[in-house]
Design a protein around this ligand. Structure first.
Ligand SMILES: Cc1ncc(COP(=O)(O)O)c(C=O)c1O
Length: 482
């Protein structure tokens, strides 16, 4: 009897302990669920979220615009022209209609500009990682995190990018940002011009050269620098002045532009005057377009996001500068010119470079994608052009690339096409008559037997170019075989 009563007492005690445990368990579960929703949930079922979710409507708007179909021949943007309450499709060349699905008849292939849209498919694939959310209050002031209006994070990521790609020495270099490399070209001419000289610095470049160098120097018409034409015409002077004492107006007063690989012919170039004031324009010194034989180690080297990531619209470039005095003069120029580069642009470029770095070494990294695309285009165009002797293309040697760790075939940004027939003195006219818009050689101060064909535009642009070129070449082959 006593034992039975003792047993019931034990059962009662165990029962109340179980009840306590159950209450404890339920309470703990409740608090866990409560805090989970408080911190992580996007739902406002319990009205616990303290902040309005301000990025949601912007994200929804961006997603809705990205979902607009333009038939693969165009794209819609958030800031596009509104038709029927939504942004309209912006169609590729030779396509029209509300969804860009209608091919335009009698349309010329446009191989003129260096618009780097060949990288657009890469960023479609990386839309998620490269998206940036910017609230109205984001970094409204003039300031940035670093001195001279630059983002410290962006600067560090750019240095890291150069180390990974191996295309430029970044240690002991100052860095300056510009609104595209376009702004930096003249900033560096200004910074390298001797400010205490009685005569202006002579600015030169080698044929064929990117015409903006001359156009800027002529436009700014400064007392500090003037355009003096083609580098090769000054080589003898360079040799004689190096053996005589220098004076104002001597070779010490030259600023030489070297574009490597060159726009338009895609060849790697070096300074031919060998002076100290050389501006290396490395807009295309990325593995998409050229082998990277070694990290470049020059006093002034300019790079551009336009041809690295394809973001020409962001207007972002940078220069690596060895000499502190040159750097200070360039900074002063930038301060008075634009007070640095838009902080919004710097934010976007930071994100873009972060993606490039994160993808580095993976199967789909931007340089493999860029190289494969450009290589394929170059091979296709070569095949077509080589069907006839009427035209020829520049020869670029295959070369060991330190980035890909292998010998790599050419993949230039532009074709430098020559009309070989005596009667085709104006090659651009020959192409224009065949429905191809291109850039004539004289724009680069070369012979008009040459034209530049851009290979960096959209796939549609390239396909149309190859189609028209094929027709032109086939036409000629059939005529010459009669
Ligand atoms: C050789 C060269 N340098 C500089 C630029 C300017 O580039 P951005 O101002 O877009 O950086 C270009 C553009 O095509 C170029 O071809």
């Amino acid at each position: 009897m006593g034992a039975r009563a003792g047993g019931r007492g034990l059962e009662l005690r165990l029962g109340s302990i179980n009840l306590l445990l159950l209450i404890f368990f339920i309470t703990s579960l409740f608090f866990n669920v409560y805090f989970f929703f408080f911190f992580f949930s996007y739902s406002s079922i319990f009205s616990l979220w303290p902040e309005p979710r301000w990025s949601q409507s912007a994200a929804e708007e961006a997603e809705a615009v990205a979902a607009i179909s333009c038939s693969g021949h165009g794209r819609a943007f958030v800031d596009g022209i509104m038709i029927n309450g939504r942004p309209s499709c912006e169609c590729n060349t030779c396509y029209h209609g509300s969804d860009c699905s209608i091919p335009s008849l009698d349309c010329s292939a446009d191989a003129d500009s260096g618009n780097p849209l060949f990288l657009e498919p890469y960023w479609y694939r990386h839309a998620k990682g490269s998206a940036v959310v910017v609230a109205g209050w984001h970094r409204m002031g003039y300031d940035a995190t670093g001195e001279n209006f630059i983002s410290v994070e962006l600067e560090q990521h750019i240095r890291k990018l150069h180390r990974i790609v191996g295309n430029a020495v970044v240690d002991d270099r100052f860095i300056i940002f510009g609104a595209g490399s376009t702004q930096l070209l003249y900033a560096l001419v200004h910074a390298l011009s001797p400010h205490n000289s009685s005569s202006p610095a002579s600015v030169v470049a080698s044929i064929p050269y990117y015409p903006v160098y001359k156009m800027q120097v002529d436009l700014f018409n400064s007392k500090l620098a003037e355009w003096r034409g083609v580098t090769s015409s000054w080589v003898n002077e360079s040799i004689s002045s190096s053996s005589s004492s220098s004076s104002d107006g001597s070779m010490n007063n030259f600023i030489e532009f070297v574009t490597s690989p060159n726009n338009p012919d895609g060849l790697l170039k070096q300074s031919i005057l060998g002076g100290s004031s050389v501006i290396y324009d490395y807009a295309y010194y990325w593995p998409h377009f050229t082998a990277i034989p070694a990290p470049s180690d020059h006093n002034v080297m300019i790079f551009s996001s336009s041809k690295l990531s394809g973001h020409a619209s962001s207007r972002f470039g940078w220069a690596l500068i060895k000499d502190e005095q040159v750097y200070k003069k360039a900074i002063y120029y930038m301060k008075l010119n634009t007070m640095g580069v838009s902080r919004d642009t710097q934010l976007r470029m930071l994100k873009i470079i972060k993606v490039i770095l994160a993808e580095h070494g993976r199967k789909g990294d931007i340089f493999s994608f860029g190289y494969q695309t450009m290589r394929e285009r170059w091979t296709k165009l070569n095949k077509v052009v080589s069907k006839s002797k009427r035209f020829s293309l520049q020869t670029i040697p295959s070369q060991y690339c330190n980035y890909f760790k292998t010998i790599r075939d050419p993949s230039p940004a532009y074709a430098w096409l020559k009309c070989e027939r005596d009667e085709d003195q104006e090659c651009d006219v020959v192409l224009k008559n065949a429905g191809i818009i291109c850039r004539e050689g004289s724009l680069f101060e070369a012979d008009d037997r040459y034209v530049r064909l851009s290979l960096v535009k959209t796939q549609d642009d390239f396909d149309q170019l190859v189609q028209k070129m094929d027709a032109l070449v086939s036409d000629h082959s059939s005529i010459s075989s009669i």
